[in-house]
Ligand binder design. Structure first.
Ligand code: GAP
Length: 461
């Protein structure tokens, strides 16, 4: 669809999914706030992710670790040394750019070689003013802060750039307290911070974002079959739970220099965004690299003894990682639909003219509002019944109540935020004790007994 991203961004602002951050102060570049519907959608996504990958399995345990950790953690993980992007600066306007983005714009494959910087770079000018660019320099992406009142190197700490480290440093704690045997996983969802040089494309790349990821600890002899098992589960997640068009995913096996030296297999799961095919999330077999490094730097014993064979070894790990905000972006892009229908919600109504119905076709269980209660009149005799129905349903569903404007306009408003079911209460309801339930996707209406409404709706989710 043409201009899909613009349409989604505009709908998000208009309907309260996502607002530009700090807007009344003129905003803050690339920061976004989740509004009432966006927050609920995110909650639903995280809940579904947690249920699928953690709650429904017998081999996963949850964790919630600190955002600020001992700085030595980032020495061991390699983030202090290597978590950087290569930057060039314009000698004239002093704007800074990521080399890979400049080269990508010219469809040149970046080489990342310190000794021999990309020679094509000398031919690239500053995209803002046409000035000459400096030689590339490393720029660490971790956000620095200070603990306490003194600001010096002894108090320097970092906001975590990923949640994984918290799970590695607690490996022994979890093992000892839960008495788990391999294979098992530790999962967490949490905020992360990266001082991205070129954030952008709405919530695709921001400086603070959430990750849901898990470390699945294994005996190395099992890595191939375990990797396949997780790939299968990831496919099931996108197909059955997120219900996306699977043709929009690209399964990119990393090869050669793109594969980290310690990894035997890594896949980037990419998505066909309106701005190009780019990473959505990943899965990596990281061998015993992380626990070995943390053992080396902390001097703690992070080995595992197999209770059956008495074999002692550092567990290996398979790490599936999901950017929650990218998942949310994909759910918005996948849900957005426009349909031409006979006019009901505008001045054209009844003229035989058409109008565009915008519908967010979220999977029903992810929709931020599940049921809308719409009385046909604001009169007390109807609104009283309708409010009671809304109040009863709130115990089981996310419910909205709306009694303003024509029913056609109210249906369209609910379609636009993806509400799967609208329940209309009319004057007949007072006599026959029934209401009309309208399905968002088919727009088919059914008359249902009020006493059966809860069970009817429960059967639909
Ligand atoms: N522990 C592995 C790890 O952190 P990553 O590929 O650096 O891997 C994980 O990040 C996921 O977080 C990415 O696949 C992506 O979905 C999301 N992500 C990364 N940087 C992001 C950013 N600046 N804004 C939004 N999401 C981001």
């Amino acid at each position: 669809m043409e201009n899909l991203l613009d349409k989604v961004v505009s709908l998000c602002k208009r309907r309260g999914f996502i607002f530009p951050g700090s807007e009344i102060y003129g905003g803050l570049a690339n920061s976004w706030d989740y509004g009432p519907l966006g927050h609920q959608l995110k909650q639903n996504l995280k809940k579904a992710w947690w249920k699928f990958f953690v709650q429904e399995r017998d081999d996963m345990v949850p964790l919630d670790t600190a955002i600020i950790m001992n700085p030595k953690v980032w020495e061991a993980s390699g983030h202090l040394e290597n978590f950087s992007d290569k930057l060039v600066e314009c000698k004239k306007c002093h704007h800074r750019f990521r080399i890979d983005h400049l080269l990508e714009a010219k469809t040149i494959e970046p080489k990342y070689d310190k000794e021999q910087p990309d020679k094509e770079l000398s031919e690239i000018e500053c995209p803002d003013c046409g000035g000459n660019l400096t030689e590339p320099k490393d720029f660490n992406l971790m956000f620095k802060t200070f603990l306490g009142t003194n600001e010096d190197t002894s108090t320097t700490a970092y906001l975590r750039p990923e949640t994984a480290a918290g799970m590695f440093v607690n490996f022994k704690n979890v093992l000892n307290t839960t008495r788990r045997r391999l294979p098992f996983g530790i999962a967490q969802i949490g905020k992360n911070f990266r001082n991205e040089i070129t954030p952008g494309n709405f919530i695709f790349r921001t400086r603070e974002f959430e990750i849901g990821e898990f470390e699945y600890f294994i005996n190395p002899k099992d890595w191939e079959k375990t990797f396949e098992m997780w790939l299968g589960e990831i496919k099931r997640w996108w197909q059955d739970i997120m219900q996306i068009n699977m043709d929009n995913l690209v399964w990119h096996e990393l090869k050669g220099d793109d594969l980290a030296f310690y990894s035997k297999r890594t896949l980037d799961i990419e998505y066909k965004y309106p701005f190009g095919v780019k990473e959505l999330h990943g899965i990596a077999y990281r061998t015993d690299h992380d626990l070995t490094r943390h053992q080396e730097f902390s001097k703690a014993d992070l080995s595992y003894v197999d209770p059956e064979t008495n074999e002692k070894f550092i567990p290996h790990v398979i790490e599936p990682t999901f950017g929650i905000d990218r998942m949310l972006l994909v759910s918005l892009l996948e849900a957005y639909c426009e349909e031409d229908l006979p006019a009901v919600a505008s001045a054209k109504e009844g003229d035989g003219e058409t109008e565009t119905r915008v519908v967010m076709k979220f999977p029903k269980h992810l929709a931020p509002i599940q049921v809308a209660i719409l009385p046909l009149s604001k009169k007390e005799e109807l609104s009283g019944v309708a409010k009671q129905i809304a109040s009863d349903l709130r115990k089981n569903f996310l419910v909205d109540y709306d009694e303003t404007q024509s029913i056609g306009k109210r249906y369209r408003r609910q379609d636009e935020i993806g509400t799967p079911y609208c329940v209309t209460v009319d004057f007949d309801s007072l006599e026959d004790k029934k209401v009309t339930v309208r399905d968002r996707d088919t727009m088919v209406q059914e008359r249902i007994e009020i006493s059966e409404l809860k069970n009817y709706l429960l059967s639909k989710f």
